[in-house]
Every structure is written in C-alpha cells, then in structure tokens.
Design a protein. Sequence first.
Length: 248
Amino acid sequence: MKKLLLISLLVAAVTVKSNAQSLVMGIKGMFASTWLINANVSDAPRAKQTYVPAFGESYGLSAAIFFNKKLGIEMNFFYSNHRQGYTGDDTEYEARTTVSKIDIPLFLKLKSETGAYFEIGVQYSSITQARYRYKLGPVDTNYYVTQHFAKNSIDGIVGIGIDIELGAGFALTTALRFWGSLTDIKGVDGYGNDLSDDTVLNQTVDTRYNYEGNYKPTHSAAAGFLLGLTYTIGDRPGKKKDTSQPAS
C-alpha cells in the first residue's frame, strides 16, 4: 500500500511538471461519529440490544492534482478505527465493536477562489482487524471477531471544506466528510454473535437475538471533522493570478 502511494506521488509530480497546474501534498487526521447499521440489530427489542453512539479516528497522507484553478483529483491513504457501541435496557451491559482498516478514498474536487471546496468520490477500505468487547459488572471480555467481517468494502463519500493559506505554499485544511459503505461488511451484533451464522439467525430460544432466520447486510456510516496541513507545488488552486500592472 505504501509503495503504491509513493509511486502515485512520483507520477503526480511528473504530471504537474508536464500538463497539470499544481500538486498538493499533506498530512490529515479526522475524528468521526461512526456507526455499523444492521436491520436485525435495529429491529431487536431495546431491552435486549440497542445502538450507543461511538467515535473513530483516521490519520494519514494525502495527495491531489489540480488541472486548473477549480478542478482536481485527490487520493488519501488513512489508517482508521471505526467503532459501534451497544447496550440493553434490561441489563445495561456495555459492548463495543472496533473495526481497524486502511481507507483509500479517491475524490473529484471543485474549488472556489476563496479556498472553499466540495469533494465527492469513492473509498476502498481494507479491513485488517476487528475486536469485540463486552462489559457487565465483573465480566469484561475482549476478543477478535475479524473472521466475521468482510475483508473489504466500497464506500461512497462526500465532503465540504476550506483551505486557509498560511504562506510559503502551506495551507491549513478543515473539512466535514460523510461516508457510508455501498457493500455489505457483515460483522457481529451487540452480543458479539456472527450475523451471517445460520445458527444465530435461526435462534428462537434466546430472545436477545431472535432474527427469524433472515440474514440482513451490515453497512458502515460516519460523519467526521478533518484537519490537515498541506503544501502546494505549482500555482495554488483557487487563487487568482495577479494581472495588475506595476506602477510606472
């Protein structure tokens, strides 16, 4: 993955020298409200299991090529943690699933003269690890559930933000991003049960997870605040050229 990003940056640098206006490179981090949505869990009695808000984080590198003042493409390489919390009204247990992954979003970016921009694209996510934790009184269990998740997912992603020029080619980036998986990532319920296991789906004795034999896909969703520092090689995107004539 890192080699791929390095090769992409080298190709981008050559492109800027030939026919693009600028190359923008940087480091970025993001804090997000994260969710794992499954209809079987959503329809379960609140007394047994219900969602609790949880938060995740992402950090990594970014590179963008702008072909003119307004239009460009951007790719990020992020290490991310995506979480979902659960509880039940009956026992008030605490549970959480943490999905660690590598996110590679690719955006089309439209930028204004003020530095504000809109971005839309797709994101490839490689799930590297998933853990489940359950706490109730003295009971505190924590174990891997990676085998119950899909290996990857494809997400749709949009964002709005602004680049604030700092000088000498540097800029501070702030943005809001929203994304969700277009593909099924599988996973577990609030009790750590495999949501694609027929034994779990057909369970009728334990009312904690009476899913009536119906498999339902799981989709991730998130909304996050992004902060980054970028450096521009070439003309800064969005900035008007100074066409004024010097005083005689």
